[in-house]
Design a binder for this molecule. Structure first.
Ligand code: GRF
Length: 230
């Protein structure tokens, strides 16, 4: 190679280096686990989950919100946040039939975890089987105390000094499956059902997103009634 050719080659080489796009770290595109949320009413726990996702505190994608009540305020709140919603009426149908339709819609969208958020119906054994250990519920008491309706009123009437909220895995029995996370809330002397419920609800919103994150994480496991998170 002559001296001119060598110089030209060097100039070209230096130029090609200078015009290279900057090196970027390779970032694999990770698909986030999809969650589905079942509601029957105002959906404040659903909003807490959607906000946690929106703010990057919860690595998940909200694929679908289903309500069994057409007028549930939560449906509009989900739509406002750009999440697909479905109303699936349970009236006049067998529980299994209704649940089978919900399971089909959730599975069609690749939902990995179902979160009950004020869903005011028992789910059928069929639904529990379809999403084994993959259904969560939030309940406004420290389970196993005060299962069922009006947990905050039950706590006040019983006279406990501490109550709280629980996120648990849903099994065939009401408010019964393995516990994922709990948060105690003090009962004050001047509490009414409303004031106590409001303080518990604030904690519900906080622990639900945290519990969903735990269950979706790699190290989560269930052994009998106990759950573990690494
Ligand atoms: C919450 O208190 C939840 O613990 C219970 O039902 C209520 C639903 O409230 N399961 P929201 O619809 O999430 O506002």
């Amino acid at each position: 190679m002559g001296i001119h050719a060598l110089l030209a080659y060097r100039v070209l080489f230096a130029f090609s280096l200078a015009t290279q796009p900057p090196l970027r770290y390779f970032r694999p595109t990770m698909t986030k686990p999809k969650i589905g949320i079942l509601i029957s009413g105002r959906g404040s726990n659903m909003v807490a989950l959607l906000d946690a996702i929106g703010e990057g505190r919860l690595e998940a994608e909200a694929a679908l919100v289903i309500s069994n009540i057409e007028t549930a305020a939560g449906l509009e709140r989900a739509t406002e946040r750009g999440v697909e919603t479905l109303f699936i009426n349970h009236k006049g149908r067998l529980r299994e039939e209704h649940d089978r339709e919900m399971a089909q819609e959730l599975k069609r969208r690749g939902v990995a975890l179902v979160c009950l958020a004020g869903y005011m119906r028992l789910v059928s054994p069929l639904f529990v089987r379809e999403f084994k250990n993959r259904i969560l519920n939030i309940h406004p008491s420290l389970l196993p105390a005060f299962p069922g309706l009006d947990a905050q009123r039950q706590a006040l009437e019983y006279g406990v000094k501490v109550t709280g909220c629980t996120v648990h895995i849903v099994d065939e029995e009401l408010d019964h499956g393995p516990i994922v996370l709990q948060q105690p809330v003090e009962v004050r002397d001047d509490d009414t059902v409303e004031t106590l419920s409001a303080r518990i609800l604030k904690q519900e919103h906080r622990i639900y997103a945290e519990a969903v994150g735990r269950v979706l994480s790699k190290g989560f496991r269930v052994e009998g009634r106990r759950t573990f998170f690494e």
